[in-house]
Ligand binder design. Structure first.
Ligand SMILES: Cc1cc2nc3c(=O)[nH]c(=O)nc-3n(C[C@H](O)[C@H](O)[C@H](O)COP(=O)(O)OP(=O)(O)OC[C@H]3O[C@@H](n4cnc5c(N)ncnc54)[C@H](O)[C@@H]3O)c2cc1C
Length: 815
């Protein structure tokens, strides 16, 4: 009788480093009844030919967490599973050619130190002591990362496989999955050797992930947003000087010249040079170049011409590179999601299915990815907030053209700095507001939000709106005087912001109210009113926030951030009781929103609307504006008297024209961000994330532990209430320099790390640099002075009273 498994708790499709790490971590969590299917031999996809570099560097907190975890895992893995492997922790030097790059390094250093890694800045001369074959021209400084190194990707995968097998998990090699179907509440994964019934299924198919993903489309899924690039590195012949140096000292640290865009690593006694070239090449995109059915253990033809200028540059930096010939070129497929980050987490729209695919740095991230995947499956939540990698961050706008345009852009800028006022130009104009043309005419300088184009700021004739002007970490630029004017108009008069793509769901029918009460920590508004509600996860952490508008006992509109659209819809959908009458729809595409706010907004609206404008704060009115039917919400994220006007897309142009005609000044997202931070209003996935509980997030007034309904996290929050909280949400005024505190700037006190910022911006009404953040609870006392590290410099920050900086009693809001 065949011993082919016919059932399993989890089936993972794909035996690269990522799928195998997922299997290992599931087994470690006690889930040993799991099967991994690999169509060929393990590592046959991208893994076998990877260069094996294992950096920790990132300016993303979650990616750094994953990469740091990988290095910690890899150090002990060989011994833990009794599979010795080549893992060299050589450290790395990252070269900076510009002041801005030095600032970026300082930021990563601060984050890395917070995570316990000893990253250090050093002078080019000091770096030369570590790397004597390096020339020093054009350098401003160097970042040294002692945890960096290289690993043999195949050995790593085999070690993870051995560990998983030893714990009881199974790996079926030469066993392609050929499709999936659903039977009752189970998945059936089809293979040539037979079917496997399972509870959960994972797409870990690397660059084949889109193909595997298509099987899930009939089950509510979408096409996996990805494309495939070719990435090359060359290996030189042995270099005697390097052989001699290594014999006397140690392996050279890895070098990355990020402003030029390449890595250079010692491989045995030679060098491995891998550029990310601007003149890069996408594969398997055109109809005449289809993806082969099987590309296992294959490579693309060498194409060194594309790399010429990078090779020359690297030879000038390390002349020894030019002293020997090229021994081998590796040119292999590497998958890219539109932002270059992987997809790890729930598969959008599909029950009990997960993704762990489209990794561009799967060797460095594989360890952490396995941990994250296993947590998603076994616990339904992850230790670290992983939104940056969550598949639901993309919605319906990621067609193939978009994916290719973005993939090429990201690959060609793999090491680029991501400046706070810069918007990447590729793949734009995916979704346009009905008043888009008018917004442009008014000078709108646009940004993309879940594919929707929104004005970030409004330029005046003569303002510099070039990309080059945004290449700064500083607060000021051509936009800053305009943001001030926009904020002052909202403060003194009335402003209007076109906000397309505000995510909007309708929940209706008997039981809808009770359903919501069982999901949110607080109470529901009465019919005709609205409120803000927080959805905790079962640990009491902040899963999401939505505005709840109650039209009738069991009829609600729920409004949430543009980028939260698919995430929040799934939160609601997955919780709907089976067979319930409650109906949930996503109406995001049908409506547009204008924010009309400022002390003169009532007067302005009175001239063009028949609605009751004296209805109180947090009320909801149906009425007419400019003769068009609208929903008016008496609320303002800008923190002034104001309304959100929600209308059919077709009616929005007439309303926008009327509002502008009545004297409102258009303002943009940058101004809105400045205005909201002065009120202490939290931003999604900055201030509001699953890294924090509702109590840590200072959301006490939205938690009703005494309400009769149970809700996720109630017990955890009750427990936290009794134990006391370790961190507290605070507002800080920062005696900042030229830049405001970015996300995850470290807070210091008496030489100790005591917290982190979750967002920062200049407040133009209070004329101060403001940061929101999490601080050790005993220090969260008004007036306490701490330090905040911003791009490597320490600035004094003062804890503010637990109330908004602007209009603390909400008098203007409620006027
Ligand atoms: C030249 C080059 C150098 C690189 N260097 C580095 C580096 O230095 N550091 C780094 O971190 N990353 C590097 N990468 C990227 C790295 O190789 C990938 O990110 C990583 O290997 C992805 O691992 P994975 O498990 O997600 O995918 P893969 O390794 O592609 O594994 C997917 C597996 O799924 C299997 N599969 C597909 N369809 C099916 C099916 N239907 N049924 C069963 N099995 C299926 C495939 O056979 C394959 O084995 C490099 C990439 C290239 C091209």
């Amino acid at each position: 009788m065949s011993d082919f498994p016919t059932t399993a708790r989890v089936v993972i499709i794909g035996g690269g480093v990522v799928g195998t790490s997922g299997l290992y971590h599931l087994a470690k969590a006690g889930w040993t009844d799991c099967v991994l299917l690999e169509k060929n031999e393990l590592t046959a996809g991208s893994t076998w030919h990877a260069a094996g570099n294992v950096p920790t560097f990132s300016t993303s907190w979650s990616i750094m967490n994953m990469q740091r975890y990988s290095t910690e895992l890899y150090r002990d893995l060989g011994a833990a599973v009794d599979y010795p492997m080549n893992y060299h922790v050589t450290g790395s030097i990252r070269l900076a050619h510009t002041a801005e790059r030095m600032q970026e390094f300082e930021r990563a250093k601060g984050m890395g130190r917070y995570q316990g890694m000893g990253l250090e800045m050093m002078s080019p001369k000091e770096a030369q002591d570590l790397y004597p074959f390096m020339e020093l021209h054009d350098l401003q400084g160097v970042l040294f990362d002692p945890s960096d190194g290289d690993i043999d990707p195949s050995q790593l995968t085999q070690a993870l496989a051995k560990g998983a097998r030893d714990m009881g998990a199974r790996i079926e090699r030469f066993c392609p999955a050929t499709g999936v179907s659903r039977d009752k509440d189970e998945w059936v994964v089809h293979t040539k050797k037979g079917d496997i019934r399972c509870e959960f299924v994972v797409n870990a198919a690397g660059y084949y992930a889109q193909r595997v993903g298509e099987w899930f489309v009939p089950h509510g899924g979408r096409s996996v947003p990805m494309m495939v690039m070719s990435h090359q590195y060359l290996l030189t012949d042995e270099i005697p000087e390097i052989a001699a140096y290594t014999a006397q000292h140690s392996k050279l640290p890895l070098m990355r010249d990020v402003d030029v865009s390449y890595y250079l690593r010692q491989e045995k006694a030679g060098l491995n040079l891998g550029p990310y070239e601007r003149n890069c090449k996408a594969h398997w995109v055109q109809p005449d170049d289809p993806m082969p059915q099987d590309f296992s253990f294959q490579l693309y033809p060498d194409d060194l011409e594309r790399l010429e200028s990078y090779i020359e540059d690297a030879m000038a930096r390390v002349p020894l590179l030019g002293s020997v010939g090229v021994n081998k070129v590796i040119n292999g497929p590497i998958p890219y999601a539109p932002d270059g980050l992987p997809l790890i987490g729930p598969m959008p729209g599909v029950p009990n299915a997960f993704e762990a695919c489209v990794f561009t740095f799967g060797i460095a991230q594989g360890g952490g990815a396995g941990k994250v995947l296993a947590e998603w499956i076994t616990q339904g939540a992850t230790e670290w907030d992983m939104w940056s990698c969550d598949p639901r961050r993309y919605t319906d706008y990621t067609d193939p053209d978009y994916c290719v345009a973005k993939g090429i852009e990201v690959y060609g800028h793999e090491y680029a700095m991501h400046f706070p006022h810069h918007e990447w130009p590729a793949g734009r104009d995916r979704k346009l507001s009905p008043v888009h043309a008018k917004v442009l005419e008014l000078g709108g300088v646009m940004g993309a939000y879940n594919g929707w184009e929104r004005a970030n700021w409004f330029a005046q004739p003569g303002d510099d709106t070039s990309e080059a002007a945004t290449h700064t970490w500083n607060r000021t630029g051509p936009w800053s005087p305009r943001i001030r004017e926009e904020c002052e108009a909202v403060r003194d008069g009335v402003g209007v912001l076109d906000l397309p793509g505000f995510s909007r769901f309708t929940l209706r029918n008997e039981g809808a109210a009770e359903f919501l009460r069982g999901l949110i920590a607080g109470g529901l508004p009465k019919p005709g009113r609205m409120n803000l509600a927080y959805f905790p996860d079962k640990r009491g952490r902040i899963l999401t926030e939505m505005s709840i508008i109650r039209h009738d006992d069991d009829l609600f509109t729920l409004i949430t951030a543009a980028s939260a659209q698919w995430h929040d819809f799934q939160v609601l959908k997955d919780a709907l009781p089976a067979g319930s009458e409650i109906e949930l729809t996503d109406d995001t595409l049908d409506y547009g929103t204008l924010i009309i706010t400022g002390p003169k907004s009532r007067a302005l609206l009175a001239g063009i609307s028949d609605a009751d404008l004296d209805a109180p704060w947090l009320s909801r009115e149906i009425g007419q504006v400019a003769g068009k039917h609208v929903l008016l919400l008496r609320v303002s994220f800008a923190g002034e008297l104001g309304w959100e006007v929600h209308a059919d897309n077709a009616d929005l142009p007439a309303i926008y024209d009327a509002v502008l005609g009545a004297g409102a000044k258009p303002f943009g997202m940058y101004a809105l961000n400045a205005l909201r931070i002065e009120k202490g209003y939290r931003a999604w996935k900055g201030d509001l994330s699953t890294d924090y509980t509702l109590f840590e997030g200072g959301l006490d007034r939205f938690v009703k532990l005494d309400k009769p309904q149970d809700f996720p996290g109630k017990a955890a929050l009750q427990n936290e209430m009794q134990q006391g909280r370790k961190k507290r949400f605070v507002t800080l005024i920062v005696d900042a320099g030229e830049a405001d505190a970015p996300y995850m700037s470290t807070l210091w006190h008496d030489g100790q790390v005591v917290g982190e910022t979750t967002s920062g911006a200049w407040g133009y009404r209070v004329n101060a640099s403001i940061a929101l953040g999490m601080l050790r609870a005993d220090l969260a006392v008004s007036g306490t002075e701490i330090k905040v590290e911003i791009y490597g410099k320490m600035y004094t920050a003062t804890v503010q009273a637990d109330q908004p900086l602007w209009d603390p009693q909400n008098e203007r809001l409620k006027a």
